[in-house]
Design a protein around this ligand. Sequence first.
Ligand code: SF4
Ligand code: SF4
Ligand code: FES
Length: 256
Amino acid sequence: MGYQAHFRVWRGDADGGDLHDFTVEANEGEVVLDIIHRLQATQCGDLAVRWNCKAGKCGSCSAEINGRPRLMCMTRMSEFAEDEVVTVTPMRAFPVIRDLVTDVSFNYEKAREIPAFSPPKGVAAGDYRMHQVDVGRSQEFRKCIECFLCQNTCHVLRDHEENKPAFAGPRFLMRIAELEMHPLDSLRENTGADRTEVAQQEHGLGYCNITKCCTEVCPEQIKITDNALIPMKERVADRRYDPLVWLGNKIRRRRT
Ligand code: SF4
Ligand code: SF4
Ligand code: FES
């Protein structure tokens, strides 16, 4: 049976805005994105909202629903009481373009800064061989749909605009971890750069205090903190405090 849902939606642009109340029809089986689309079709033809797949796979419809970062297309109306006010606001960590649409280009800039997969020299593309166990290790991270909800939630970015230049955020630290786990990645052999050190020195791994808030909001249930960030932090610590690595660095410094 249909009912009248109470929605409070943020409307505005980069110069500011506020919350507007609407009453919109809702039907059995619908999700928040359905209601936003009906609102757009019946009351606010110019409401800006980004979406593509309506299946939780494109990562476009990220927003904050009752203050919690979520995908609008994967949030069922049945989660809310019929008389509850459902508040929909844009992601807070990124600049608003208009209404529910934010400028997420920060994320693409961070993605470009990460050194790409570096294949071993002298091995032709078709000759790569990997064990399934190695494939499986980083497979989890490949499920990322780039919704940037983890980036939006991480307090290092969310509350501190000034951290953005130095901190890549969980999604991109996870990308470094994924490459670091790749058995054929040869960045160190090819260029001398160590991915864990790159994460620590250039992408702010040290800012992460493993609160796991990023993991909690990931719609793909990727264990970002446990499986990517903590292992990478452990490797940074191992390398820093390993006496052999320390000795090697000292000798190398003396020779140069
Ligand atoms: S675990 Fe680290 S990256 Fe994830 S939200 Fe917390 S501080 Fe941010
Ligand atoms: S890791 Fe999860 S929350 Fe972060 S961008 Fe990917 S899918 Fe979204
Ligand atoms: S519309 Fe694609 S993830 Fe929601």
